[in-house]
Design a protein around this ligand. Structure first.
Ligand code: ADP
Ligand code: MG
Length: 337
């Protein structure tokens, strides 16, 4: 088989944009998309725009040999997760891509295919961006734009004492995937290994649940878990001015994570509670709404588990295991610490 060793330099900046990043047809709600100095977007009447941005940096967020098809999808999905936490409807996104000239064209093509996949999965359209060279790492920066009916955002600051703390999905799988990837766990075999890696590579933004909870006014506050359960819960407590007690035994773990916890005990528990990149939602639910919240979650096919309760004390995350307090080391990820 002949090895295709073309790089992106064979297309050049404009060729790359034209060939890989321009949609074949004009997307909905975009009077002017890629190709002019800026895009013009039509925000639905009585909606407000909701905007977020997140970057993936080679060497910090992904290894040089990461699969570009999955990487593109992850770059979009981590942004979608932020809009899910706000209860917003995602619509458009911008992509700023910095690539070394030596990047294989095949890499860029696979990356582009990953974007198309995410666009189809989540009904969003690429409306602009920036393409630059890089002397070092690949940097992928995405800005996602969505909308919400006026004044209806679910924020971090609305939790009240007595509200229930609930979480979607399972916690800690991505952290195990990462530990495995960087060689900090003995190599796992087969299906479990694949499961943890996939959870790290393709997080599931909880858009349906976020939007339904916004529409039905079921959550007083929400945050997505990007830095770790303990750290992100701490952010929500601080913003809301409430404390929280978490029942560690109630935290939902996947079957593979349970196996690992049984085999490796507390060292692993620490990782599950503080590891980032789950992109599940933590929600403050008024006690009287628990039943409806469970019904709506079931209708969105999203697992939802009650794991604690907010209280009027200082903004602090208290972890209780078998009734007694436990502590974790570093609560979560911090870039410059
Ligand atoms: P300018 O120099 O005026 O900022 P550019 O030459 O950088 O414009 O970009 C030309 C057009 O291509 C713009 O509409 C821009 O949004 C779009 N674009 C550039 N890079 C990307 C990219 N990676 N993905 C999507 N659109 C892009
Ligand atoms: Mg310009």
């Amino acid at each position: 088989m002949a090895i295709d060793n073309k790089t992106i330099a064979t297309l050049g900046e404009f060729g790359l944009i034209e060939r890989l990043f321009s949609p074949s047809e004009a997307p909905a709600g975009v009077p002017l998309g890629i190709g002019d100095d800026a895009a013009v977007l039509a925000v639905p009447r009585s909606h407000q725009m909701v905007v977020t941005t997140d970057s993936l940096v080679e060497g910090i967020h992904f290894l040089p040999d990461a699969d570009p098809f999955l990487l593109a999808q992850k770059a979009v999905r981590v942004n979608l997760s932020d809009l899910a936490a706000m209860g917003a409807i995602p619509r458009w996104y911008l992509l700023s891509l910095s690539l070394p000239a030596s990047t294989p064209l095949a890499w860029a093509e696979e990356f582009s295919r990953g974007l198309r996949e995410a666009e189809a999965d989540y009904h969003i359209a690429l409306v602009g961006g920036d393409t630059t060279g890089s002397k070092g790492s690949i940097v992928i920066a995405i800005t996602l734009v969505g909308s919400l009916p006026e004044g209806r955002a679910i924020t971090r600051s609305g939790a009240r004492p007595g509200d229930l703390l609930m979480v979607t999905g399972t916690v800690g799988d991505a952290a195990i995937g990462l530990a495995q990837e960087v060689g900090r766990l003995p190599v796992l075999a087969g299906d479990d290994l694949f499961y943890f890696k996939r959870r790290l590579q393709l997080p599931e933004p909880r858009l349906a649940l976020g939007r339904m909870f916004q529409e039905r006014v079921l959550a007083r506050a929400a945050i997505d878990i990007s830095d770790g359960l303990v750290a992100d819960l701490g952010h929500l407590c601080l913003a809301s001015g409430v404390g929280v007690e978490v029942d560690v035994e109630a935290i939902p773990l996947s079957q593979p994570a349970r196996h690992l916890l049984e085999a490796r005990g507390s060292e692993c528990l620490n990782r599950l509670l503080t590891g980032g990149e789950d992109y599940e939602l933590l929600l403050a639910i008024p006690e009287g709404m628990e039943g409806v919240a469970r019904e709506v979650a079931a209708a969105c096919e999203t697992p939802l588990t009650r794991i604690g309760r907010f209280n009027p004390h200082a903004p602090e995350v208290k972890l209780l295991s078998h009734g007694g307090p436990i502590t974790v080391g570093k609560p979560g990820w911090n870039h410059f610490a």
